[in-house]
Structure formats: structure tokens, C-alpha cells
Design a protein around this ligand. Structure first.
Ligand code: ADP
Ligand code: MG
Length: 293
């Protein structure tokens, strides 16, 4: 049987915009030490737009965009969407890609006109071991300082263009970090995005700990690392790539508009997609379970 106080609690939670999939998680929220947030789509809107492009000398911006949009043609990633949109806006037409492959947490790969083309971030570059031309490196540094995400276009092993994409931090994210600090909790961020972008966003929000350039399959290990320091950890995320970390955390919290896999891996779902509801959850848990003792 479900103890009465837990039953009361879940209906209270429901009234506060939370769907409780694991009732015990509600009680555990009282003793949390650390809340870990995914960045993209959780702390940020997750709607990226292309803001700038850099290319090597013999490649024009339109050529780079056309090629990148061709390779990204079959990707559902928001970076892919942003690149296709930018290509459409400039009226450049896409070619035909063969052998498309999505590289989880890294980027995409395809063959276009017989050339092997990649589009992807720092994780991809370090894997391909290609030298980044100085111009593109400077462009990427500047974009990183502005919290913009950079992905590269790599043709036949050579980086030939870089794209800077900007996302927007959610209004609520600023208040969440402050409010969690006031409750005595540590706040961390876990992202596949570059160190630069992660640091810029974390500094903006006042986040204590940053894990950046983490591959999807390694996200749950970061949760374990914190747990091994004797911390009770909540993970908040929206993506497929967050699912293992949500499952591993003491409390997995999914953004309601997130992917099905994330929602199914979570103990609690934030139905209103508002990260502030994490604060409400902790307060509700503390208030309810205090009465039990
Ligand atoms: P996050 O943890 O921020 O939600 P992902 O794990 O989805 O990010 O992606 C991590 C990184 O991999 C991105 O920041 C980007 O550099 C690269 N990446 C992933 N998918 C794509 C894609 N379709 N096109 C270009 N880059 C991609
Ligand atoms: Mg995400």
C-alpha cells in the first residue's frame, strides 16, 4: 500500500505541474545535494540560429552552407535544422547526399559528389585529428567567448568552414540557479557542447560545476562520479542523450516537452516545461516529509 502522506504528496505535485512517475523520488527530493542540468533545451530554449560563418580562402559562404545543409539533410538535430534554415534563407540549393550517418554527440557524415563530408563540433574534430586553419580557430574562439556553439564543415579530412550558432538562455534559468543555492543545493551543468560555450553559459547563470564535451554515452558516468562523492543527485534533461543520466540519478527529472525516451527514463516529469518547478519540487518534499517525523 502507498503511505497516505506520499499519496497526498503526489496530488500536490500534480497541482504544481509535476507528473510523479516514481513516488519514492518525491521523498528523496528532500535530501538532495546537487542538481545537474543538461544545457541545450533544458537551461536554454534549444532553438538555435546561425549567426556567423567563416570559410577558408577557396570556399564561399554560400558553398559552405550548401554543402553543410546537404549533409545535414537527414538529421533531426537542432544544429542541422538551423543550418538548413540558413541555407534556405539565403536561397542556396542543396545537393544530394549519399551514405548519411549520424554520429551521436559528434555530428553527421555523408558523401557528396564523391567527397567525404563531415559536419560536427569539437568532439568530431578531435576524433578526425584534422588541423584547424588559424582563421577558423580564431573565429571559433571568438564565438565561444560569446557562448555560441561552433560546428565545422570538414571536406576530405580538411576543415573548410565553421558555423557559429546562438541559442537563448531561458528566462527562468537565471532564477532557478539562485533559488537552488538559497535552498543550499549545488548546481552543475552537463553538456555535449564545447568547454567555451559551457563556461560562458555557466558563468552567466552562476552554476558551480561544469561538465562539457561529454559524449552521450558518458553522461551517466558524471552522475556516478558525483554520487561517489556521497552526493544525492538530481538530473534534469530533455534529450535522448540524457536518458541514461536521468536513469542513473537519485532523481531523474524530464522536461515535459522533451523526447519520449527522456520522459520514460525520468522519475518526475515537469509538465509545464518550467525548470523553476525543480525548486518547487524540493520545497514541496521538504515541507511534506518534515511533518512525518
Ligand atoms: P547537448 O548535450 O548539448 O544536448 P548533443 O549531445 O546533442 O548536445 O551534441 C553534442 C555536440 O555534438 C554538439 O554541440 C555539436 O557540436 C555536435 N553535433 C551533434 N549532432 C550534430 C549535427 N547534426 N550537426 C552538427 N553537429 C552536431
Ligand atoms: Mg538537451
Amino acid at each position: 500500500a502507498i503511505p497516505l502522506v506520499v499519496a497526498i504528496n503526489t496530488s500536490l505535485a500534480a497541482r504544481n505541474g509535476m507528473l510523479v512517475r516514481d513516488r519514492i523520488a518525491m521523498e528523496r527530493a528532500r535530501t538532495l545535494d546537487t542538481v545537474v542540468f543538461d544545457k541545450t533545451g533544458t537551461l536554454t530554449e534549444g532553438e538555435q540560429g546561425l549567426v556567423d560563418t567563416a570559410t577558408v580562402d577557396d570556399v564561399t559562404t554560400d558553398e559552405a552552407l550548401a554543402l553543410a545543409a546537404t549533409v545535414e539533410g537527414d538529421s533531426e538535430h537542432m544544429i542541422a535544422r538551423a543550418i538548413r534554415e540558413a541555407a534556405d534563407d539565403r536561397g542556396v540549393s542543396r545537393g544530394t547526399a549519399a551514405d548519411f550517418e549520424a554520429l551521436k554527440g559528434r555530428g553527421v557524415r555523408a558523401t557528396v559528389d564523391g567527397d567525404e563530408i563531415y559536419v560536427g563540433g569539437p568532439n568530431l574534430l578531435s576524433e578526425l585529428e584534422g588541423d584547424v586553419p588559424a582563421d577558423l580557430e580564431r573565429f571559433a574562439d571568438r564565438a565561444g567567448e560569446n557562448a555560441q556553439t561552433v560546428v565545422y564543415l570538414v571536406r576530405e579530412g580538411e576543415p573548410v568552414a565553421a558555423f557559429a550558432l546562438a541559442d537563448v538562455i531561458r528566462e527562468e534559468s537565471y532564477r532557478v540557479v539562485d533559488a537552488l543555492h538559497e535552498l543550499g543545493l549545488e548546481v552543475a551543468m552537463l553538456t555535449g557542447d564545447s568547454e567555451d560555450v559551457a563556461r560562458a553559459v555557466a558563468a552567466d547563470l552562476g552554476i558551480d560545476t561544469v561538465f562539457a564535451e561529454v559524449l552521450p554515452d558518458d553522461k551517466d558516468e558524471k552522475i556516478t562520479e558525483l554520487q561517489e562523492q556521497d552526493k544525492s543527485v538530481a538530473m534534469v534533461g530533455d534529450g535522448v542523450n540524457d536518458a541514461p543520466a536521468l536513469a542513473r540519478a537519485d532523481i531523474g527529472i524530464a522536461i515535459g516537452s522533451g523526447t519520449d525516451v527522456a520522459v520514460q527514463s525520468a522519475d518526475i516529469v515537469l509538465v509545464q516545461n518550467n525548470p523553476m518547478d525543480v525548486v518547487r519540487l524540493v520545497k514541496l518534499s521538504r515541507a511534506s516529509y518534515r511533518k512525518m517525523r
